[in-house]
Design a protein around this ligand. Structure first.
Ligand code: SF4
Length: 217
């Protein structure tokens, strides 16, 4: 495939998914950057649905970074228990709250570099916060759906999320980076399942040559 064909194909995939999922957006309920940061930390190894069940009570009880910094560990652990890995997540959320208070004047920072300093925050979480809360495209969110779909659609041959992200950033213009992740995640949830994807209904079936396809290419 020439470079030009590769870019054209990527653009086609994007526009078809955009037409199919015009309302694709972040599925984590939140009203401010702090809530999104906490919800994204909780979403690791969990589902957005589970996180959305936990956060209403959590956000009612803890409203500021100081609240999280001063939270009683057993109480916080109990509230987020159902999202899994609750001990580590409690440590991350409390540590992030402390750092926000001590270093960032109680505000969620708006740069990749600063966000990556917060405990429990890697590039995926930082990209979610920057893209969704601040509209800043510093990279592409690579979660399990994006990872799977980018490989199925031959947008990358890499396996590691950071390498996949680099490939997607090269292939798509910066103004697409935020929505691209929403579209791929949406498609992964709607049809392109990890097991038995619903390829007959897929709007980009003719552009996909994945061996995982459930209809012949
Ligand atoms: S054709 Fe199937 S495997 Fe390919 S993107 Fe569509 S749903 Fe996924």
């Amino acid at each position: 495939m020439t470079k030009k064909t590769k870019y054209l194909r990527a653009e086609q995939i994007y526009s078809r998914l955009e037409a199919a999922y015009p309302d694709a957006r972040c599925a984590l309920d939140h009203k401010n950057p702090l809530q999104l940061l906490v919800a994204t930390i909780l979403s690791a190894q969990s589902t957005d649905k589970t996180v959305n069940l936990v956060t209403p009570a959590l956000f009612k009880k803890y409203k500021s970074p100081k609240d999280y910094a001063e939270a009683k560990v057993p109480e916080l652990e109990q509230m987020i228990h159902s999202t899994g890995f609750f001990r580590n997540k409690t440590k991350s959320i409390q540590g992030a709250g402390q750092m926000l208070v001590e270093k960032y004047g109680g505000k969620v920072p708006q740069t990749m570099e600063e966000l990556l300093e917060l405990p429990g925050v890697a590039r995926k979480t930082a990209n979610v916060v920057l893209g969704v809360a601040f509209g800043k495209a510093e990279g592409v969110v690579v979660d399990t759906h994006v990872q799977r779909l980018a490989r199925r659609l031959d947008l990358t041959k890499e396996e590691r999320p950071d390498k996949i992200e680099e490939d997607l950033m090269k292939l798509f213009p910066r103004e697409r980076w935020i929505q691209l992740a929403h579209l791929l995640i949406h498609h992964g949830r709607a049809l392109c399942y990890a097991r038995k994807p619903r390829c007959v209904e897929c709007p980009i079936e003719d552009l996909c040559n994945s061996p995982d396809k459930t209809v012949p290419s």
